[in-house]
Design a protein around this ligand. Structure first.
Ligand code: ADP
Length: 161
């Protein structure tokens, strides 16, 4: 049997309900979904790679076919190493489009790996990890927008920031 496997790459700093929406919908379409935290040393992050992996692992526990991994390098190299032909990315708005299209075309040219875009559910269309950090930093209510465990860790991490 051919295992149909996809990767959902991203920073996930931290994982939000918008990410989870895409991950869970992809998990219904494919045999296996690998959520890959890309390690970008140039990008300042609030949570370490291990902390991000741990949160994703916790909140996807009920999805039996979701795996979690991290990688430093090009997503297409990860795909090649793990025999994954498809990248799934969420599209929120037109503002995501130019950037995402450019990366998808470059990835395809480099490797033949395909990118499939999944339309974000409207209730999460305005959500981003950076917005959630900003809201929680100033005491705003993020419940319902990030998993409860992530909300708690955000409050804890940002309380003295
Ligand atoms: P990156 O730094 O690569 O943009 P992110 O962690 O911000 O990584 O996003 C990872 C993936 O999740 C991307 O495909 C992004 O479009 C998608 N995504 C981010 N926020 C949302 C959201 N609110 N709804 C759906 N998809 C989202």
């Amino acid at each position: 049997m051919v295992v149909r496997r996809v990767v959902c790459p991203g920073s996930f700093d931290p994982v939000t309900n918008g990410h989870l929406d895409i991950i869970s919908r992809a998990s219904r379409l494919y045999d296996e979904v690998v959520v890959m935290v890309s390690i970008n040393l140039a990008k300042k992050s609030l949570f370490s790679v291990e902390e991000r992996l741990d949160m994703i692992r916790e909140v996807t526990r009920d999805l039996g076919n979701v795996k979690v991994d991290s990688f430093r390098g090009l997503t297409v190299d990860y795909c090649k190493q793990h025999d994954i032909p498809v990248i799934v990315r969420g599209l929120r708005a037109v503002t995501d489009y130019d950037y995402e299209l450019q990366i998808a075309q470059m990835n395809n040219r480099m490797s033949g790996v395909e990118t499939l875009f999944m339309a974000t559910s409207p209730e999460y269309a305005f959500l981003s990890s950076s917005l959630m950090k900003e809201v929680v930093r100033w005491g705003g209510d993020a419940s319902g927008l990030v998993p409860e465990l992530v909300h708690e860790r955000l409050i804890e991490r940002l309380k003295d920031a």
